[in-house]
Every structure is written in C-alpha cells, then in structure tokens.
Design a protein around this ligand. Structure first.
Ligand SMILES: Nc1ncnc2c1ncn2[C@@H]1O[C@H](COP(=O)(O)OP(=O)(O)OP(=O)(O)O)[C@@H](O)[C@H]1O
Ligand SMILES: [Mg+2]
Length: 247
C-alpha cells in the first residue's frame, strides 16, 4: 500500500486551472521530488495534501486513510508534517520552543491528559532528541531571530520532523540558502529515517538529483512526467520545458 495516494485531483482558481487531473503515489521510504516552472501548481498541490487548500474534485489518502476532507491538524495526527515556502517559525521563541511546538502539533492532544507532568517531559525529551539528530543541540536556547537564514530553515525541518511523521512535505527547503547551507540541507534530507516518505519541491537541480528516488514534473497544473531521475531527465517533453537547463 502506498503511503500517499492521490487520485484525479483537480483545482481551479476562477478560470485558472492549477491542478489538472493529478494522480500520484509515494511509497514508504521514497524520496519524491516535484519540479516544474514557477506557477506550475507545485505549492498548490502540497497545500491540498497538507489541507491548507481544498481540491475541487479528487481524493487523497495518507497511509490508507482518506484525508480529503480532514483539516490540517487532523492530517498532522494522521502522520503528516510539512514546511512552507516561506519561513513560518516564531522569531521571538527559542529554537527549542519552536521545535517543541512541532512535537505538540502531532502528540500534544494524544498524550495522557491525567499525567501532564509526564507528558511534558516526554514532549521535552522528544524535542531534545530531534535537535540532537539534526546537530542543532548547540543552538537550542538561541532566539530564532538571532540565527542565520540557513539555520532557521534547518530548524523548520526539525520542527516538522519532531512529530515523527510518516510523510514529510518540504516546499523549497533550499531557497535563499548559500551553497554551503544547501549542502547542509542535502545532508539533513539524506539523513531522514528510511521508512519515512518525503515529498520535496525543489528548483536546484543539484539538490533534485542528489536526493530523488523519483521525480514528478508539473507543467500548467498537470503531470508532464513522473518516474526515476534518469528516465525523467531523458524525457523529450521535460527537456523542452527545461530548455537549456542541464538536466
Ligand atoms: N489563493 C490563490 N488564488 C488565486 N490564484 C492562486 C492562488 N494560489 C496560487 N494561485 C495561482 O496558481 C498558480 C500556481 O501557483 P503555485 O503557488 O501552486 O505555483 P508553484 O508551482 O508553487 O510556483 P513557484 O515555483 O513560483 O513557487 C499560479 O498562477 C498562482 O498565481
Ligand atoms: Mg511554490
């Protein structure tokens, strides 16, 4: 069974079709990268998987659960976590506090209500463990606003990972990063737990080809091509869209 299954997804804003009959499956452990020109509908697709936008028609399953009509909080509890194209962290909170909110988004409500102290310590432990895994333990007490942009984006991924999701969605995690920060982000992505499913929207082809098991190319809201990296790179229609780019 696929971790994510999307069937016949359609969405329009007025007369602008942004999602055009998309079918997509992502297996557990798969690193799936979505590429496509600006305005192709990548973020809108991720919003529909995350519950931030509603499809007009079509259905979405996460780990066998039909989440099409669930809100983002319910989807988080079903095992979904995501980051956004723009940084959405709390600038005045510490790294630790930001990541702890990620734990609470998934587990906050399901911990035993009659053991609040124990649950708080579990939440704190999970937060520490996530920060340690991403080598962010040393900056745990820093206020977010004092960090470099590259570190902030890593904290965002940490906050998403903190809830131990089954499926993680990253919308352009390397945008605005320096080459060194981009390499650090690639390491973070490659270090993700093997059973987790991952969907990454990415423009940087070096990142695309160093992390992807499969690539889907979106073009005017529709899937232009989808498959293993070498197959997609050799696809004539994809090469036309990326004319001049070294795929
Ligand atoms: N809330 C909205 N209302 C109306 N139009 C929208 C809305 N959100 C997105 N669009 C339009 O839908 C199209 C797809 O946008 P989307 O953000 O999904 O593209 P994208 O592939 O993520 O692009 P980029 O690479 O620039 O991030 C664009 O033409 C955009 O202007
Ligand atoms: Mg986008």
């Amino acid at each position: 069974m696929s971790l994510l299954r999307i069937e016949h997804l359609n969405k329009a804003y007025g007369s602008l079709v942004v999602t055009n009959d998309i079918n997509l499956e992502v297996a557990a452990g798969e690193r799936h990268v979505i590429i496509g020109p600006n305005g192709a509908g990548k973020t809108t697709l991720i919003h529909q998987i995350g519950g931030q936008a509603r499809p007009d028609t079509g259905r979405i399953w996460i780990d066998g659960v039909d989440v099409t009509r669930l809100d983002p909080e319910q989807r988080a509890q079903a095992g979904l976590a995501r980051t956004f194209q723009k940084n959405t962290l709390f600038q005045r909170l510490s790294v630790f506090e930001n990541v702890r909110l990620g734990v609470q988004a998934r587990f906050g409500r399901t911990f035993d209500l009659f053991a609040p102290v124990r649950s708080l310590s579990e939440i704190n432990e999970r937060t520490h463990a996530t920060l340690a895994k991403l080598n962010l333990g040393g900056i745990a007490q820093e206020t977010l606003a004092n960090l470099s942009y590259g570190d902030q984006r890593q904290v965002e991924v940490a906050a998403a990972l903190a809830g131990d999701p089954k499926l993680l969605l990253l919308d352009e995690p390397t945008s605005g990063l320096s080459p060194a920060e981009t390499r650090a982000m690639i390491d973070v992505i490659k270090g993700l737990q093997t059973h987790m499913g991952l969907i990454v929207i990415e423009h940087d082809m070096e990142v695309v080809f160093s992390v992807a098991d499969r690539i889907t190319v979106l073009y005017y809201g529709a899937v232009l091509a989808s498959g293993p990296p070498q197959e997609v790179a050799a696809n004539e229609r994809v090469r036309e869209v990326y004319l001049g780019a070294s795929l």
